[in-house]
Design a protein around this ligand. Sequence first.
Ligand code: ATP
Ligand code: FE2
Length: 353
Amino acid sequence: MVIDVHGPSCERNRSRDAGGVILGIESTAHTFSIGWVNGLGEPGKSHSAFVRPLEGGIHPREAADHHSENAGSILKKMLSEENISLKDIRAVAFSQGPGLGPCLRVGASVARSLSTKLDVPLVGVNHCVAHIEVGRERCGCDDPVLLYASGGNTQVIARLDGRYRVLGETLDIGIGNMLDKFAREQGIPFPGGPKIEKLALEWLESNPNASLKGLELPYAVQGMDLAFSGILNAALNLVANGKPLAAVCWSLQEHVFAACVEVAERAMAHAGKSELLLGGGVACNERLRSMCSIMAESRDSTSHVPIKPLCIDNGSMIATLGRLQLLWGEETKLSASGVRQDLRTDETEILWH
Ligand code: ATP
Ligand code: FE2
């Protein structure tokens, strides 16, 4: 395994043993995860634990406590099961933002301690950009329009002038948070998205001619932007008014995914791009994946999505981006390693190819 390190500020890496792995630590919200990539950027398995609040949304302090309680055992388990010894670790990457402050600080502290103890470079990465880069790297697409659909984020993005520019995004809540909230109101614990997908599929299987009549929801598209909170309330009302839960799950998916795909298609036309890449936890959804493929095909374009463990929050995607940043000479000094709760996708300069 060889890390081909270029860049003016990478002398420290160049003088190191070329083998080894880069660790990635993720702790932006509900998930604490440690993963890794080898010198070629090939991801290993991430080891994770996530908080599942019994009721209400995620509480930042409680999630942070969960992360600190689990960090040590996850690290140990990851190293032993992945067969990695401390001396193999060449750098430590971590999610610097955006996210919940208390949660981010746990991951940053673990990363700083490891980097200091092992005397290896520390790399702070933009979590949203990591969702994008792991897809670009693993799917081999070059210059896609991205549909980044996760819990907290729903953005349509394209790379223009060295940054990932947000061409459209949700004006209120993220699509995944909307699905999770809808599920929670029906007594389904976090994460609600997969269970909604299952119910929607069951509805379609038992009603092959299912119609949206009587299950209509508001339209989520506003220009190039999206909005989900009105749809959430309308879907909750449908259930309260006696519509079968599975039917409403199906309708909810059809409406919100169609809206995302519409904005993505317009972005592809605008930006003149012929690749679509999906990222974020909601990109695990088979219906969303197939809608994207249909849209891309109809434009003589291609649609790409990484394997599911790389769509949800995971340490390996953080390691993937950390490696790229290191290759282009971006190491994070301890003094610059503070967390950035509000870091935006377009704030990060894209130096790598
Ligand atoms: P970000 O910080 O990037 O906004 P996140 O912290 O919310 O991300 P992710 O792991 O990227 O976390 O996404 C989690 C979301 O993905 C949850 O809202 C979950 O319900 C949703 N999700 C996971 N699998 C599916 C699925 N099969 N269908 C729909 N939604 C899904
Ligand atoms: Fe995420």
